[in-house]
Structures are given as structure tokens and as C-alpha cells.
Write a protein that binds this ligand. Structure first.
Ligand code: UTP
Length: 294
């Protein structure tokens, strides 16, 4: 079954990026000149998603506007012969249908996903977290949708290998590898931030999921969890207890741009991967190394 819809929750407060996030949504903070959210949306587009649901909150209007057309700016660029720039911005506003739903109170990621229920309806859908960027040849959402299609259209959680010493930073999955696929597990449970000695695997869950609509009943039933918030992890564990849930080790490089260190790392790496900025970044790094004697 094709996955046609994706939910991108962007209603969080983004406290790790204050004071910028007092006025700018975290997801609109750019890596060089491209807002983080642009990468998530392009991943959805390239994965064949037809309808995108943003779960938003007060102050996030600029995200909607970014994916709309801006006729005034288009007119200005056209009049001034800036045709390359014109193509760039026109393209963003025409790629995909965007629907927004509001999360009126920030009660956690699980609660945010549950806010999309009326738009998603009774079909499997993707979840893409806007501050987890993955660069890969085949978009991660597409990779996971394929695994779902190969396994009775069940839910699939995207996972990546992390060093054993770092399991305490992530949700970690427990499960058994399928005999037919060395990168896919039948997931038994997801454990939040276990210490290395308690971690069943080193397979961590950055924000990529294919979920069957049964997740919504689980989201209705879970109590508030860690931090007093409705946790998506709790709902996925409930789903895994009643139905098959898979986890797949996706291919690609993941950047956690929701924190300052990950954001800096992505900025340097993205500049080095782009021919237009590669030389600049190399020279800047060389200069800093000699200046600060690193
Ligand atoms: P985070 O845990 O990164 O929270 O949420 P945050 O508010 O964005 O950032 P910090 O921790 O305060 O710095 C993970 C994802 O879930 C969304 C966020 O927008 C982010 O994409 N989210 C989180 C919601 O949409 N609603 C919530 O109530 C919580």
C-alpha cells in the first residue's frame, strides 16, 4: 500500500534554541540558507507523499507561509531578471498539498500526532520530525514505506546504530531480526534512554516512522508519561503489544539539528557537501585552526 500522507509535528517550544525561538520557529532556522523544515518536506515529496499535515501552534505561521507562494516576491524577482532565484522559491510553494492542524497545548509528541487524526483518517501514514535531518540517496521515508509494504503494511520504526556508550541519549528498540532481512527487526519494545548496561540493542530511534491508524486508539489510551507529556513511544509500545511492529535500520546520515551541537555539525557538513560552499568552509576551518592553535 502506498503511503500518501505524512505528519510533521512542529508545535514544540524549541527551548534549546532560545532566544531565537521566542520569535522564529525552530524548524525555520536555516542550515546556511535553507530552513531545516525544507529538508523534511523535500524528503516527503521525494518519498511520494501527496498530502502533508503540519501540527502547529501559535507563532508557527511562517512555516505555512514558507510552503505557500509569495506572488509579490515572485513578481519582484521576475522584474529584476533573477530567474534562478525565482525558480527556487516558486518550486517550494508548488510541490505538495499542505494542511495544518493546531496543537492547542504542547502536551508532547504523542499528543501532537493525535491532533492529526481527523486529517489522516483510516490509513497508514508517515511521521517525519522536522529537526532530525537525514541525507540519503533514497529518502528514509521511502525506505520505511517499502519495508511496511513488504511486511503486511504494518508499522515500521526507522532506527540507526549508535555507539553502545550513547544509548542513554535515545529511544532504543528491542526485537529479533527477521531471517529474511538482516536490517529489519520484529520489534518487541522501545525503551526510553536506557543506560548502556540495560540497553537490549544499540538501535536508536531518530524521528522517522510509518504508523498504522491503530496508533490513534493507543494515543487515546496512554496516560501522561515522562515529563508529564503524552509520549509517542508509549503508544508505539502499546501498539507493539497488540499487533506486529517492525524496525528497520535505514541507510543515510542523520543530523540532530534540534540541539546546538548537532546544528553546528550539520552546518559544517552541509557546507562541505555543497560545491558552492565547500572551498569557503575549508578555508574558514583552516583559518580557525591556525588562529586558535587547535
Ligand atoms: P522536542 O523534544 O525536540 O521538543 O520535540 P521541542 O519543543 O521542539 O524542543 P526543545 O526540546 O524545547 O528544545 C520533538 C518534535 O516534536 C514536536 C516538536 O516540534 C519537534 O518537532 N512537538 C513536541 C510537538 O509538535 N508538540 C509537542 O507538544 C512536543
Amino acid at each position: 500500500m502506498n503511503i500518501r500522507k505524512a505528519v510533521i509535528p512542529v508545535a514544540g517550544k524549541g527551548t534549546r534554541f532560545l532566544p531565537a525561538t521566542k520569535q522564529i520557529p525552530k524548524e525555520m532556522i536555516p542550515i546556511i540558507n535553507i530552513p531545516m523544515i525544507h529538508y523534511s518536506v523535500m524528503e516527503a515529496v521525494k518519498s511520494g507523499i501527496e498530502q502533508l499535515v503540519f501540527v502547529t501552534s501559535t507563532g508557527k505561521e511562517s512555516i505555512e507561509n514558507y510552503f505557500d507562494r509569495n506572488m509579490e516576491l515572485e513578481g519582484f524577482l521576475e522584474k529584476n531578471g533573477k530567474l534562478k532565484e525565482l525558480e527556487l522559491i516558486k518550486d517550494i510553494g508548488t510541490k505538495i498539498e499542505v494542511i495544518t492542524v493546531r496543537q492547542k497545548e504542547q502536551l508532547g509528541l504523542g499528543h501532537a500526532i493525535n491532533c492529526s487524526r481527523s486529517v489522516i483518517g483510516n490509513e497508514a501514514f508517515a511521521v517525519i520530525l522536522g529537526d532530525d535531518l537525514v541525507l540519503s540517496e533514497e529518502p528514509v521515508t521511502k525506505q520505511l514505506a517499502k519495508i511496511s509494504a513488504q511486511n503486511d503494511n504494518k508499522s515500521v520504526i526507522g532506527v540507526m546504530e549508535v555507539p553502545n556508550s550513547e544509548t542513554f541519549r535515545y529511544g532504543i528498540v528491542d526485537g529479533d531480526f527477521l531471517s529474511s532481512d538482516a536490517r529489519t527487526l520484529h520489534m518487541k519494545a522501545m525503551i526510553e534512554k536506557p543506560l548502556p548496561e540495560n540497553a537490549p540493542t544499540n538501535l536508536a530511534t531518530p524521528g522517522r516512522y510509518i504508523l498504522t491508524p491503530e496508533i490513534f486508539d493507543c494515543l487515546d489510551r496512554i496516560p501522561r508519561g515522562v515529563g508529564g507529556e503524552y509520549q509517542l513511544t508509549d503508544a508505539i509500545n502499546m501498539l507493539a503489544a497488540q499487533d506486529k511492529v517492525y524496525a528497520n535500520i535505514f541507510t543515510g546520515d542523520r543530523f540532530d539539528t534540534g540541539n546546538i551541537e548537532g546544528y553546528l555539525n550539520a552546518t559544517v557538513e552541509f557546507a562541505l557537501r555543497d560545491e558552492a560552499t565547500k572551498e569557503m568552509m575549508i578555508n574558514i576551518i583552516k583559518d580557525k585552526v591556525s588562529k586558535y592553535g587547535i
